[in-house]
Design a protein around this ligand. Structure first.
Ligand code: SAM
Length: 475
């Protein structure tokens, strides 16, 4: 698009960056939009995490339920589609986006999301964005925002896609990346990891990343019952015998969660931990290890199951504060479990000491993009290469830690092949003492698990995070 005159507003023209999260002294916009603006500013200006900063803002400003829901959709959607909206905004200003005042750019992104993805009529998106910018930044910036927003609202997202994205026929990755708000490198990684289904499956997968994740709960075995969660308004999970899904509301209001008898945990996370516990084992089954345990979701589940079988869990994390969270998660379990702060690549335990080992490896988290709206733009392809040596080293340490005949579960919250099957293939090839086990029988009732032996969950297929599980036995 080559418009005759594009609005121009340089960084130095702004009325200054706002930098407190307190309400502005000139509140001309509604509280929901101001809260979303402040959340997006904290994310883009201070590297905050939206899932942490937004709930704080909503609570401190006492937004009612309707405004809180609007602010949440606006914040999360804006952050998910930042790359797409930047291309659209960039096509409608006469400067590189880097020269715009960052608060003005964030306000324009919020305005773009309202008009392009939230069914807010264009005139309302223009006027509320102008009000927001006037109240938060200044009059000059408001005039600029007015001009840009009018142009952005002239088309819907499909029309902007047709105009600005690569054509689907020539560059399906570039096209879907624009239309579904993902960086192209992530779209490629998902396409490589998807077992089949072609471009339609890829598109469904990307669309699922833009839907809010359900609030999944897990009771700690021996400490809580799913019925208790159901009585509090949750529905039993589809596959996890310890899981329940909360359709709405704050999980913190549920007594079992407040008391630590249950916790918030994705159903896929529950299932991979349960598969490790359920897979049969010859010989003793007394010593379990969780090598990367913080904050303790899987450790809590494993500890409860270990207690029921008179087994003991050693839960390890390298970071002190994460290990403290594991301790909290295990508090109330009557078993003799231990939490240790240590580097699990070189843990202070004897070789071949454990019967079952969980390695929930540090990873890119590309399987949980639904929950972390800004993560897709923060992550870089170089992160994957940087994580690989640690994942490999940890898996080798897991193999050393398990006894012959014992089981290792290698788990990630990413479907990126360079973090999943490739790491496992590499370690199996070099170790010569590992056999891959078909994990699917230990996920009974879960459909569409592919050809095995490893399992990859998908948000668009299973409604869970994209958890990966490889089950290995040491010969
Ligand atoms: C994916 S998270 C684990 C999530 C956890 N299993 C759960 O279900 O709550 C990975 C964890 O590995 C820890 N970690 C990273 N490198 C480690 C190392 N070398 N040794 C031990 N823990 C490590 C991180 O601190 C982080 O808490």
């Amino acid at each position: 698009m080559t418009p005759p005159e594009k609005p121009s507003r340089r960084r130095h023209q702004s009325g200054g960056q706002r930098r407190s999260r307190e309400p502005a002294s000139r509140p001309t916009a509604d509280p929901a939009r101001v809260a979303a603006f402040d959340a997006v500013r904290a994310v883009s200006g201070e590297d905050a995490y939206a899932n942490l900063v937004l709930p704080e803002l909503l609570q401190s400003r006492r937004l009612n339920a309707r405004d809180a829901a609007f602010a949440t959709e606006l914040t999360y959607g804006t952050l998910r589609f930042t790359g797409t909206y930047d291309v659209i905004i960039g096509a409608n200003v006469d400067r590189p986006l880097g020269e715009l005042d960052p608060p003005v750019l964030d306000a324009l992104r919020l305005g773009a999301h309202q008009t392009l993805s939230m069914r807010v009529p264009p005139h309302a998106a223009v006027s509320t964005t102008v009000d927001l910018v006037r109240g938060q930044i200044g009059e000059g910036a408001a005039r600029f925002a007015n001009a840009v927003m009018r142009r952005v609202g002239e088309r819907d997202l499909d029309a902007w896609t047709a105009e600005l994205a690569p054509s689907r026929e020539k560059d399906v990755v570039g096209h879907l990346a624009f239309r579904h708000g993902h960086p192209p490198w992530i779209v490629r990684a998902l396409r490589d990891a998807l077992p089949g289904g072609g471009d339609d499956a890829l598109e469904a997968c990307l669309a699922a990343d833009n839907e809010p994740a359900p609030v999944a709960l897990a009771v700690r075995p021996g400490r809580g019952e799913v019925e208790e969660l159901v009585e509090a308004g949750a529905q039993p999970a589809r596959w996890s015998r310890y899981g329940a899904i909360l359709p709405s509301g704050d999980p913190g209001r549920i007594a079992a969660v407040r008391a630590g008898r249950a916790g918030v945990q994705d159903e896929g996370s529950q299932l991979v931990a349960l598969a490790l516990a359920d897979a049969p084992l010859d010989g003793p089954d007394e010593r379990w290890l969780d090598m990367c345990a913080g904050p303790g979701g899987k450790a809590a589940l494993l500890a409860g199951l270990a207690t029921e079988r008179d087994a003991r869990l050693l839960a390890v994390d390298q970071h002190e504060h994460r290990a403290r969270l594991v301790e909290q998660a295990l508090r109330g379990d009557s078993g003799e479990h231990e939490v240790l702060v240590a580097d699990a690549t070189d843990g202070p335990w004897p070789e071949a000491d454990f019967d079952r080992v969980l390695l929930d490896a540090p990873c890119s988290g590309l399987g949980a993009l639904r929950r972390r709206p800004e993560a897709r733009w923060r992550r870089q392809p170089s992160d994957i290469a940087e994580l690989r040596p640690l994942q490999t080293e940890l898996l080798r340490a897991a193999v050393r830690s398990v006894r012959p005949g014992g089981l290792v579960a290698y788990v990630t919250c990413t479907p990126h092949l360079a973090e999943t099957a490739t790491v496992v293939d590499d370690v199996i090839r070099k170790s010569g003492e590992l056999e891959r086990i078909d994990a699917r029988p230990y996920l009974s009732g879960v459909p569409d698990l592919g050809d095995g032996p490893d399992v990859q969950f998908w948000p668009h297929v299973h409604g869970t995070d994209a958890m990966y599980l490889a089950l290995l036995r040491r010969r």
